[in-house]
Design a protein around this ligand. Structure first.
Ligand code: PMT
Length: 406
């Protein structure tokens, strides 16, 4: 990869591993990148700013109490300049501030303002790393697209042994390279994804629903976002956080989804329906909690919900790619093929939800992608990996190819 002139901002926080960050700067400079270092006040206690200034051949931005006017100019400039924003070492403190959106010094202010991909290389004592608060912060940051490199396990500066060592500079530089190499092949595309489970109300406290967690739909939305698409996700009930950097529209019932999709679909280049939608809803929704009648059976009358995918398929625009899912428990390909035709889909992702590691509420899936002309089987893989395959397929169709063999 040609690193010449690539703009890397490196945030250094206060930990003993700060000395290793000097090597990151040195390696990046050697490759030809421009490196801009921001040090927290605590970081300057561990390593002299002069070290980073000399290695980066740039002024080091430090926290000074000269603050507001200086910050306004400098933090926005670096936030905009960064192609990758690296924080190494990343202490528990900076992770907590980033998760909470706290901007009380130069580094936290700049990282909050940046639109660049952020890579954190944590370094801290094992107890701090495994603390529930830190792990929660890491999950929050990951759900917003922050990437992590490490930490590694080994002997720590405090004498403990365990997870918490900052990754080696070589690994961190590799992680930066992976981000810079990332495909932006969905840039300029508007992609609409549905995720999660619809809920069909029976009364104010009861509903009919299903086991969808939103993981599959959100994995597609995240992958599309990371590949540069402008993403809208319409989501029902989910058990994982809604991804950041995405326009998100919550819905409850199939009827809500129906209205939202008819409104939103025409403005998108690709539509992927991964939500698990109820085929039926209660004919009568009680305004009050339905009382139990001792010894009596409760007969519920259900009426059919509209087939949302079929309705979207009817208004499909030329050039628009339309994909659906089929959640099956038997005759997977036969049923999926029927849905492909009925809903006017370009392709359907069929998953047998009875297979271990596939379907509802797991991080993996086993799927087949069916078009009018071919079937491609995908073995057990993460939902994110399957999401990438789905996006590849969309791009291939847009480029004029139908099948995987094209
Ligand atoms: O969310 P996760 O826990 O990660 O689980 C993922 C998943 C199992 C929900 C996902 O992989 C999946 O299979 N989604 C489709 C679920 C579903 O509703 O399948 P279906 O075979 O009943 O419907 C076929 C297609 O028509 C789907 O694209 C569905 O969104 C759509 N549909 C269904 C009913 C309806 N009334 N309108 C629709 O548009």
């Amino acid at each position: 990869m040609d690193w010449t002139g690539r703009e890397i901002v490196l945030g250094v926080t206060g930990g003993i591993a700060a000395y290793k960050s000097a090597e990151i700067v040195s390696r990046l400079r050697h490759l030809g990148a421009h490196v801009h270092v921001i040090m927290t006040k605590n970081a300057t206690e561990f390593v002299s700013p002069l070290t980073f200034q000399t290695l980066s051949a740039n002024q080091v931005v430090k926290d000074t109490f000269a603050a507001p006017e200086y910050w306004n100019v400098e933090h926005v400039a670096l936030a905009k300049l960064a192609e990758v924003f690296v924080i190494a070492p990343a202490t528990a403190n900076i992770l907590a501030k980033m998760a909470a959106g706290i901007a009380d010094d130069m580094l936290s202010t700049t990282v909050l303002a940046t639109k660049a991909p952020v890579l954190a290389a944590p370094a801290m004592n094992t107890g701090m790393w495994t603390a529930a608060a830190t792990q929660q912060n890491v999950r929050t940051l990951q759900s917003r697209g922050v990437r992590f490199c490490g930490p590694d396990s080994g002997l720590l500066a405090c004498g403990d042994s365990g997870a918490g060592r900052m990754s080696e500079p070589e690994e961190i530089v590799k992680a930066i390279e992976a981000i810079l190499r990332r495909k932006q092949d969905c840039a300029g595309l508007r992609i609409l994804v549905t995720a999660g489970a619809t809920r069909e109300r029976l009364d104010p406290v009861r509903f009919l629903s299903n086991d969808s967690s939103g993981k599959m739909g959100f994995a597609i939305a995240e992958a599309a976002r990371d590949r540069g698409a402008d993403v809208t996700v319409v989501y029902g009930n989910v058990s994982v956080p809604v991804p950041a950097g995405i326009r998100a529209i919550p819905i409850e019932s199939a009827m809500d989804l129906y209205e939202t999709m008819l409104r939103e679909a025409p403005a998108h280049d690709a539509v992927i329906q991964a939500a698990a939608v109820a085929d039926y809803r209660a004919e009568q929704v009680s305004g009050e909690k339905i009382k139990k009648k001792q010894g009596e059976k409760w007969t519920l009358t259900l009426v059919e919900n509209p087939d949302i995918a079929a309705a979207v398929g009817k208004i499909k625009k030329p050039g628009q790619v339309f994909a659906g899912f089929a959640a099956e428990t038997e005759h997977l390909q036969e049923h999926a093929a029927a849905k492909l035709r009925k809903k006017n889909l370009d392709f359907i992702v069929a998953n047998d939800v009875t297979r271990p590691g596939a379907g509802f509420n797991v991080d993996t899936n086993i799927a087949s992608i069916l078009t009018e002309t071919d079937v491609t089987d995908y073995p057990l893989q993460s939902k994110r990996e399957l999401a990438e395959e789905i996006l590849n397929r969309i791009l291939k169709i847009r480029a004029g190819g139908q099948s995987d063999a094209d």
